[in-house]
Design a protein around this ligand. Sequence first.
Ligand SMILES: [Zn+2]
Length: 348
Amino acid sequence: MLRSTHKAIGERITAELGLSEENARIFIEGSTGPDSHADFPHAVRKERKILAKLDEARTLFLLNDEYSYGEVANALHYIRDKWTRTREGERENAVEMNDQEFMRSVELLDLPEEAKKTYLGVAKSLLEVKNSGIESFFDHSWGIWHRDYASCVYVFADVAEMMLPTLQPDASVRGNSEKLEEYLRSEAFKRATQEGFSASLITNFLYPKLVGYPAAMYCLASLSPPAGFRGGVVDLEIAYRLSLEIARYTLLPSQQFKHQDAWTERAEREKEKPKLAFVLPEYHVLIPKPADEVRRDRLLIFDAEERRFLGEWPDVAEALRVSGHHSDNWRMLLSGLVELLKEKQSWA
Ligand SMILES: [Zn+2]
């Protein structure tokens, strides 16, 4: 997106939100900020950066730190670049459709069915948030969970891979697949990981990653255009509307929210430390059901899911080998962890 468009949208948002002169100045500066950071391209692979900045902005806001305005504006810059991608159809005055015009433009998009469905879903969500509040878009009891039992095992393999130099400081063992294999079958590996692995499986399967407003903000910030399709002027309108709503709920005083949680309360936030950027789309999913209910259901199926995972393991191992998405060390660590699970099952 053009620098001048970022600035124009930044100015318009500060007016909509009625920011003070000083906060508006920081916000508008932050709106173009990333173009001076040069971490191009801004339109792709900035998801974690966006989420980390929103999280940080909210923390700063609760601390009455005015840089929260710059931090959220930075995040919104990347979101707008993600949506507009090209300079096609960019006019500084393009963002002035009313709700009906906006919906009508989306309905008129000449796109294949799936892409159009994504656009309609995003437009509907944005109108809902704007006209009825974030609570009607996202039920406060919903949470973001690990997708399934397997994803809880995989995420621990990620951690173990990162920890490997600490677990096994001898580089000659880590660099040799036979020696590494031997280490992964050893009592030393078992002692070092077993407890943490068990605890992590339970936490990840039975507790949501995020719940309430942090989960809602994650979902809003993650709205993305369908890959490979463009909506021209609709993209720009979405970029503006999305920026406005995310700014509104990142910079909204606690007492104006209907519920209290780690997004609205400083004490809750310090206790729960929601980390939006730790939600990885390959492992996590929104479950639109009350978190208590999901937890009860998952408690009942925990053991069965573990057995099912082990039953499917030979096929999974083969699929992972063929896909080539992971390092050899990761796959070896994973099979070491699976051995620990098998051993545990054999006692049960
Ligand atoms: Zn940019």
